[in-house]
Design a protein around this ligand. Structure first.
Ligand code: ZN
Length: 133
C-alpha cells in the first residue's frame, strides 16, 4: 500500500530480537529463567518474579480466540475496514492481538482455534491469524 504505509514499530534494545524474528516468520516470547513465566509484551523483567534473566522461545503459532471485534470505521488509512481483530490466547500462555484473515461469512466464536500466518506486504512482517480446519 504505497500511499498509505502502516505505522511501523521502533525496535529498541529489548524489542529488536522480537521484531527481527517476525521477518523470519517466527513469533517469539520471553521465558523467565527463574520462574518459567512466558510473557508478552516484550519487556526487561519478569512481571511475576521481577528477574531480568530470560530466554527467547518460539511459539508454535497456535491458540484460541479469547475475544474479537469487527472494525467498521476507518481509524488509519493503511487499514481499510471492515476487518476483524482477535485477541488470541496462545498455547504458550500469552495473549496477542492481530487481524483475523478469514473468508466472508466464515463461522468463528470465542474459543475457535486459530493458527498464525504472516502479512509480509511491508517490513516487519506482522502476525495475522487464520481459522484452523
Ligand atoms: Zn519470573
Amino acid at each position: 500500500m504505497a500511499g498509505n504505509p502502516r505505522p511501523v514499530p521502533r525496535p529498541d534494545r529489548d524489542t529488536a530480537p522480537f521484531w527481527s524474528a517476525h521477518n523470519e516468520y517466527r513469533l517469539i516470547f520471553q521465558k523467565c529463567a527463574k520462574c518459567g513465566h512466558v510473557r508478552y509484551v516484550v519487556g526487561p523483567l519478569c512481571p511475576k518474579c521481577h528477574r531480568f534473566d530470560f530466554e527467547w522461545i518460539d511459539s508454535a503459532g497456535r491458540g484460541a480466540i479469547y475475544s474479537f471485534t469487527t472494525v467498521r470505521h476507518q481509524t488509519h488509512p493503511a487499514f481499510p475496514p471492515p476487518y476483524t481483530v482477535v485477541l488470541v490466547e496462545m498455547d504458550e500462555g500469552p495473549r496477542i492481538v492481530a487481524q483475523l484473515r478469514a473468508p466472508e461469512g466464515a463461522g468463528f466464536s470465542i474459543g475457535s482455534r486459530v493458527r498464525i500466518a504472516w502479512d509480509d506486504a511491508e517490513s516487519p512482517a506482522l502476525p495475522v491469524f487464520e481459522l484452523e480446519d
